[in-house]
Ligand binder design. Structure first.
Ligand code: ZN
Length: 110
């Protein structure tokens, strides 16, 4: 009998053996908050990164917010904007939310 728990990691959208990593992103559920080790490492890297676009993880992060962080009167997109503001308040040098929106949309429709 194994005590390993299999999860669906909503950051990389794959099934993984859970190694007790949880996301630091807001408003996730018990189910969506469990992430795989690799995504936990990526998340830490992004949080240290000075520029969310240059981190190379923008689209995965945005998709996760859209999918898992909405609810209770706020959409995932609104929570993503709050996340960008939080980063800015902490001295990060991300592009403006408008520029980031444009980068996300370009990727989705190209
Ligand atoms: Zn993952």
């Amino acid at each position: 009998m194994s005590d390993l728990e299999n999860i669906h990691c909503y950051k990389c959208k794959s099934d993984q053996v859970w190694n007790f990593a949880t996301t630091r992103r807001p408003n996730t559920s018990e189910k969506t908050g469990k992430i795989c080790d690799q995504c936990a490492t990526h998340e830490a890297f992004l949080d240290m990164s000075d520029n969310i676009v240059e981190s190379g993880l923008l689209h995965r992060e945005y998709s996760f917010f859209q999918l898992c962080c909405g609810g209770k009167g706020k959409s995932g997109h609104e929570r993503f904007l709050e996340f960008l503001q939080f980063r800015k308040d902490n001295g990060k040098n991300d592009p403006s939310p408008k520029e980031i929106d444009s980068i996300i949309w370009q990727k989705m429709f190209n």
